[in-house]
Design a protein around this ligand. Structure first.
Ligand code: NAI
Length: 518
């Protein structure tokens, strides 16, 4: 296969629905000539009207000057048939998500366009190699996966199929930058980067809810306010809607041959069947009135403090953090080797449940509560408190009062191996590490794709570094040993780097040195 030089000025877009329009908008604004085609003849006119309206709105808001707005609209024309796409340097398809239909379209396009035209698919779930397999020249076929809404989601995955000419992908990388987007490069594997990395938050959130640990709203509050994510798993699922996310969860799970890290939950199937799709149907995991999410207010925190608190010495830093809160609240620290008969007992496990932590240290489980210290307790926007099945109401409520004494909200959950934040975050980091291990993308592109595509505060690798790779490894190993599930087995990428004290964002040293020597 000889590499070609692809130069892109004229773009054909096939399928002028939500995605096709968005791509047309950024391309036209970047000064490219855009030809729109859709099998539904009214869709082309509707897309042009939509673009005219959008450019006019942007101009009215002062975000686009009049001349650029008119020029952008003049760049967009409609095509009567596929044959009208003959002069295009690139055709991007954003049609129905069906392999045979996409293959047929690309075969037809091949009979029309020149040998220098790149054929790109905006598929989010199909294999680029499989789409290309229907073509006479599969080397010109590349994945170009934009996110919805395209103008606001400033990242695009460029996916090389097994037979793709790297020069075609390079041309799409350059084009993305010209359109003001950040391109990331991925191998043709299910979910590419973003939809692959996104499995962690959703499936683990569902698993926690499925275990009866906490309500949907409480899990979201913890992920948002304690772990610092913009949205919790259920808010996110409501936004994307279950008719989209449930099939994606099933498809990625099956495409990886029932990989336990991606196991979906029966919760979404049932809710989908019941029509509780999310925001767009007015009810999902939350109810929506006039588009506003309805959440019940949290009950006020109890105020009766414990007389004394004994804190496990298993994790000294965590002990220190809880001791600081207790001292601030004016609660006496029980410094005994074992707890006094009436002391509240606090454990601070990583990847264990409160029960295992209590049993390990031979503590009276009826007085044991667990506090999640993965994220700093001081300066926190929320804290998580967990009980064993034997913990008394008095122990739970006095512990709640202690953790909430400085006004920080506290979520009380039932016993869970790894609380909520620990297990969700560890799962996210672990899946990100495995994407790096599988060499689907570079560590830098994995973090970039996830921050821009999923809106996470950091990419999974940087997040693991910030919280400590050894801590994440401990959480996963403890989760695996308590639950005995391969779902939580640490990725070799994480385990090796944690043990060697290396950053999760680094490739192998020898590879990096070779690159610098070149
Ligand atoms: P849509 O349903 O809004 O638009 C699809 C358009 O394609 C319709 O106007 C339809 O008439 C047209 N069409 C269908 N079959 C065609 C054919 N054989 N030839 C020409 N036109 C045809 O769909 P949407 O949401 O824009 O998605 C399109 C593609 O983009 C799908 O492959 C999807 O997987 C992918 N995608 C969608 C995302 C989303 O959030 N909606 C995100 C990323 C990718």
């Amino acid at each position: 296969m000889t590499s070609r030089n692809f130069s892109i000025e004229t773009i054909g877009i096939v399928g002028t629905g939500a995605m096709g329009r968005g791509i047309a908008q950024i391309a036209a604004l970047a000064g490219l000539s855009v030809r729109l085609y859709d099998t539904n003849p009214t869709a082309i006119g509707a897309a042009r009207d939509y673009l005219a309206e959008t450019f006019a709105k942007l101009t009215a808001k002062g975000k686009l000057d009049q001349a650029r707005s008119l020029a952008a609209l003049a760049n967009v024309s409609g095509a009567q048939s596929i044959a009208d796409l003959a002069g295009c340097d690139l055709v991007i398809e954003a049609i129905v998500e069906k392999l045979d239909v996409k293959q047929a379209l690309f075969r037809e396009l091949e009979t029309v366009v020149s040998g220098r035209c790149v054929l790109a698919s905006n598929t989010s779930s199909l294999s680029i190699t499989a789409i290309a397999a229907g073509c006479t020249d599969p080397s010109r076929v590349v994945g170009y996966h934009f996110f919805n809404p395209v103008p606001l989601m400033k990242v695009v995955e460029v996916i090389d199929g097994l037979r793709s000419d790297p020069a075609a992908g390079d041309a799409l990388m350059a084009l993305a930058r010209r359109m003001g987007h950040t391109p990331v490069r991925a191998k043709d594997m299910p979910g590419f980067i973003v939809n692959h990395a996104g499995r962690g938050m959703n499936t683990e959130g569902l698993r926690i809810a499925g275990e009866g640990v906490a309500s949907f709203a409480d899990i979201d509050r913890i992920m948002r306010e304690q772990a610092g994510f913009r949205l919790g798993p259920f808010e996110l699922l409501d936004l994307t809607a279950l008719d989209v996310s449930h099939p994606v969860m099933e498809s990625i799970y099956h495409q990886f041959y029932e990989e336990p890290r991606f196991t979906p939950s029966p919760i979404t199937g049932t809710r989908l069947a019941g029509g509780l799709l999310g925001r767009k149907t007015g009810e999902g995991f939350y109810r929506y009135e006039d588009g506003k999410q309805q959440v019940s207010a949290e009950a006020p925190a109890p105020t009766d403090l414990p007389k004394a608190v004994w804190i496990s010495k298993r994790y000294p830093q965590a002990r220190e953090a809880v001791a600081q809160l207790a001292t601030q609240a004016g609660v006496t620290l029980d410094e005994g080797v074992t707890p006094a008969a009436d002391s509240l007992i606090v454990v601070t496990p990583f990847g264990h449940d409160a029960t295992t932590a209590a049993v390990d240290e031979a503590l009276d489980a009826s007085r044991v509560v667990a506090v999640d210290t993965l994220f700093p307790l001081v300066g926190a926007r929320r804290r998580t408190l967990m009980t064993t099945p034997a913990t008394t109401r008095a122990a739970r409520d006095t512990a709640h009062a202690l953790l909430a004494a400085d006004g920080v909200p506290v979520t009380v959950i039932r016993d869970s191996t790894g609380f909520v934040a620990q297990r969700v975050v560890a799962t996210i980091v672990n899946i990100g590490c495995d994407i790096a291990q599988k060499q689907i993308a570079t560590p830098a592109d994995i973090d970039l794709a996830v921050t821009l595509g999923l809106g996470y505060p950091r990419g999974p690798l940087a997040l693991g570094d910030a919280l400590g790779a050894t801590t994440i490894l401990t959480i996963l190993r403890n989760l695996s040993s308590v639950l005995g599930e391969p779902r939580y087995r640490p990725s070799p990428w994480l385990a090796r780097r944690a043990q060697l004290g290396l950053s999760l964002t680094q490739g192998d040293a020898a590879d990096i040195q070779t690159e610098t020597q070149q």
